[in-house]
Design a protein around this ligand. Sequence first.
Ligand SMILES: [Zn+2]
Length: 70
Amino acid sequence: MTGSEPCDACGDPIEEALARTVQLNVDRSEVDNQRLCPACFADWIERYRTEMQPRATESPVDSDADIIVD
Ligand SMILES: [Zn+2]
């Protein structure tokens, strides 16, 4: 049993307390599930928002997509 697992993005070992499991659900279908360190987690959220956000919008993204962080 290892104390830490590598980040899926950068490969750095993640301490248990800092582990982030990102689960992206769209229409209840799991499309992404990865373990990220805090830095990569923030980066991932940023990228997700950029990719999902319409080119021009006045209102916040309102869809069935949910980001669940456990
Ligand atoms: Zn990382």
